[in-house]
Design a protein around this ligand. Structure first.
Ligand code: PLP
Length: 377
C-alpha cells in the first residue's frame, strides 16, 4: 500500500459494527462486562478506548511499527517514553531538542534520577564519546528547531544497537509521510501530533510507535499507570487530520521550495537554513533518510530590529508558537521559543537575534512570496 492510500485505509477503516465510513467518537469511560473479566476488548477508557485505538492502529501502520499509543500532548508522550527508564539511567540527546523536552529532562525527570547529556548529534562521533555504562538510549530530533540540523538516523541506530542502547526519534518535523525512523533502525518514534499530524491548529496531542511487542507491553503499562491518554474527540480529530496529511505535506513542500528560492536570492537575507538546500551540511543525509524536506525554514535578517520590522509588515504569516498547520506561522526564536537560553549559549548554537523561523502553510505560494517581498523591502 502506498503512503497516500495508507493514510486513508491504514489502521481500522470506519466502524466494523455499523459500516460508518468515519470512525465514531466513542465518548465513553466504561464498558459492560458479560461476566467478571469477560468483555469485548475494552474495560475502561484509560486502558483502552475504541476511537483512540483506531488512531493508535493507524499511527502504528504509518510508522511501520508493532504498537501505537496516543497521549494528551507531545510532552505527555515524551514523558511516558522516559518512564520506560529507571533511576540512574543515562540518555544522550540532541542538543537543540524542543525546549519542552529539554525542560522536562533537566527540571523534572532529573529529580527522579534520570540523567541526560546533550550533544550535537549531527555528528555521530559526538555521541560515541558520551556513551557510558549507565547509558540506555540515544534520543534524536531531526530536523531540529530552529536551525534544521539533520542527524543520520540509520548510522546512529547502528551505533546504538552495537552498544545495546535504544534509539528514540522525535519525528514531529518530518511526519510519518516523509520519514519513518523505525524503518531506519530506530526502536521508538514519537510525535507532537499538535503540529502537522493534526494540521489545523485545533488539537494538542502526542503519538508514539514502538518496534517490538515487549516495548509495546512496557509502554502500555506506563500509559495505563500514569494516565496521560488522549480523549476520543481529539483522537477523532487526528484521524481526520491524517487523511489529508499526504496532500498537505506535498503542497507544503512545493510552497516551501518556492519560498526558499526567493529568500536565498534576496539581498536582505544573509543566510537560509533548510535541509533541501545543497549547501546544507547534511543535505545528502536528509535526502537519503526522508522523502521530503518539510515546511520549516529559518533565515537571518541581521538584527532584532530588522526581524521586528519584517514580522510587523507581514499579512499572511501569523506571529505564534507552534508549526505545521494550514496557516503560515512566523516566530523569532531568540525572543520566543529559545528566550530562556542565555544569549551566549544562543550565539554558540547560532540562534542569532535576527533569526526568523517560518512554518510554511497552504496559502497560495505567490501570495506568501509577495508578502515576504513586501516585508523585506
Ligand atoms: C511541539 C513539540 C513538542 C511538544 O509537543 P506538545 O504537543 O506541544 O506537547 C515536542 N517535540 C517537538 C519537535 C515539537 O515541535
Amino acid at each position: 500500500m502506498k503512503k497516500k492510500t495508507q493514510l486513508i485505509h491504514g489502521g481500522i477503516f470506519g466502524d466494523q459494527t455499523t459500516g460508518a465510513v468515519s470512525t465514531p467518537i466513542y465518548q465513553v469511560s466504561t464498558y459492560k462486562q458479560e461476566q467478571v473479566g469477560k468483555h469485548k476488548g475494552f474495560e475502561y477508557s484509560r486502558t483502552g478506548n475504541p476511537t483512540r485505538f483506531a488512531l493508535e492502529e493507524l499511527i502504528k501502520d504509518l510508522e511501520s511499527g508493532e504498537r501505537g499509543f496516543a497521549f494528551a500532548s507531545g510532552m505527555a508522550a515524551i514523558t511516558a517514553v522516559m518512564m520506560l527508564f529507571n533511576k540512574g539511567d543515562h540518555i544522550i540527546m540532541t542538543d537543540d531538542v524542543y525546549g519542552g523536552t529539554f525542560r522536562v529532562m533537566t527540571k523534572v525527570l532529573n529529580r527522579f534520577g534520570l540523567e541526560a547529556t546533550f550533544v550535537d548529534t549531527s555528528d555521530v562521533n559526538n555521541i560515541k564519546n558520551e556513551i557510558r555504562p549507565e547509558t540506555k538510549a540515544i534520543y534524536l530530533e531531526t530536523p531540529t528547531n530552529p536551525l534544521l540540523k539533520i542527524s543520520d538516523i540509520q548510522a546512529i541506530a547502528d551505533l546504538a544497537k552495537a552498544s545495546g542502547l535504544l534509539t528514540i526519534v522525535d519525528n514531529t518535523f518530518s511526519t510519518p509521510y516523509w520519514q519513518n525512523p523505525i524503518s531506519l533502525g530506530a526502536d521508538i518514534v514519537l510525535h507532537s501530533a499538535t503540529k502537522y499530524i493534526g494540521g489545523h491548529s485545533d488539537v494538542v496531542a502526542g503519538l508514539v510507535v514502538v518496534n517490538s511487542e515487549q516495548l509495546g507491553q512496557d509502554l502500555h503499562f506506563v500509559q495505563n499507570s500514569t494516565g496521560g491518554v488522549l480523549g476520543p474527540q481529539d483522537s477523532w480529530l487526528l484521524i481526520r487530520g491524517i487523511k489529508t496529511l499526504g496532500i498537505r505535506m506535498e503542497e507544503t513542500e512545493s510552497n516551501t521550495a518556492q519560498i526558499v528560492e526567493f529568500l536565498q536570492n534576496h539581498p536582505a537575507v544573509s543566510k537560509v537554513f533548510y535541509p533541501g538546500l545543497e549547501t546544507h551540511p547534511n543535505h545528502e543525509i536528509a535526502k537519503k533518510q526522508a522523502a521530503g524536506f518539510g515546511g520549516m525554514v529559518s533565515f537571518d535578517v541581521g538584527s532584532a530590529e530588522k526581524a521586528d520590522e519584517v514580522f510587523s509588515k507581514l499579512k499572511y504569516f501569523t506571529l505564534a508558537e507552534s508549526l505545521g498547520a494550514v496557516e503560515s506561522l512566523i516566530s523569532i526564536p531568540a525572543r520566543m521559543t529559545h528566550a530562556s537560553i542565555p544569549q551566549e549559549r544562543r550565539a554558540e548554537l547560532g540562534i542569532t537575534d535576527g533569526l526568523i523561523r517560518i512554518s510554511v502553510g497552504l496559502e497560495d505560494a505567490e501570495d506568501l512570496i509577495e508578502d515576504l517581498a513586501n516585508a523585506l523591502k
